[in-house]
Design a protein around this ligand. Structure first.
Ligand code: COA
Length: 191
């Protein structure tokens, strides 16, 4: 049985993972939410105006209050929000969670999402009690698959033409996952 804790603050070597606030709107808009390089393979479009970001953050802040099963972290680096990582779907019955994430283009390829995802995966396994954590990414977006691999996730297959982009392309999606036992074993071996 899952023991939901909400979006608890998690600190890593370089980062603070914390709940978003409405005051993050301008930085979120400037840093990643209005950047088509970031949203290219995502389910949402660049925000266009900061009002869209403000409205979205207001909804997210309501969710924090409503549900301890809502997991959505701002990734803060040097005091500034530069991205987000969240549980996009989970199963209360089967104890699995799926992650989604996005990061400001200026910070790509510095290991930041791997550091964030590892911290979130550890929290979901050891504190909430999930048995499996996974993610799906567009095959055309290999950096995301690489994050999954660096977190110890196993490639589980590709769903062909599974996702239709807003401009009408059908994209193949690859699935990755890791079980709690695999995670704990990997942790033990890296000590
Ligand atoms: C995907 C994303 C979150 C990765 O974040 P990040 O902090 O740059 O990730 P990391 O630095 O931890 O790891 C990225 C890895 O991908 C690799 N990589 C980058 N571009 C690549 C490419 N075109 N082909 C293969 N590997 C690539 C990097 O070299 C790095 O691997 P390495 O450490 O072995 O060298 C970031 O690129 C992003 O926000 N993209 C837009 C949003 C998005 O696609 N989200 C995921 C949706 S499933």
């Amino acid at each position: 049985m899952l023991l939901h804790q909400g979006t608890k603050i998690i600190k890593t070597e370089r980062l603070v993972l914390r709940p978003f606030t409405v005051d993050d709107a301008q930085k979120m808009f400037d840093n990643w939410a209005n950047d088509s390089r970031v949203t290219r393979f995502l389910t949402w479009q660049p925000h266009g105006t900061v009002d869209v970001t403000v409205n979205l953050l207001s909804l997210w802040c309501e969710e924090y209050k409503k549900s301890p099963a809502y997991y959505n972290w701002a990734i803060e680096y040097n005091g500034e929000p530069i991205g987000g990582i969240s549980v996009v779907r989970f199963s209360e019955k089967s104890d699995w969670a799926e992650l989604g994430y996005s990061l400001s283009y200026d910070y790509w390829n510095k290991g930041i999402m791997t550091e964030s995802a590892k911290a979130v995966i550890d929290f979901l396994f050891t504190e909430v009690g999930f048995n499996r954590v996974g993610l799906s990414h567009a095959v055309k977006n290999p950096a995301s698959g690489r994050v999954a691999q660096k977190c110890g996730m196993i490639f589980e297959g590709t769903k062909r033409q599974y996702y239709k982009t807003s401009d009408g392309q059908y994209l193949d999606l690859s699935d990755y996952g890791i079980t709690k036992n695999e995670w704990l074993e990997n942790k033990l071996n890296s000590f």
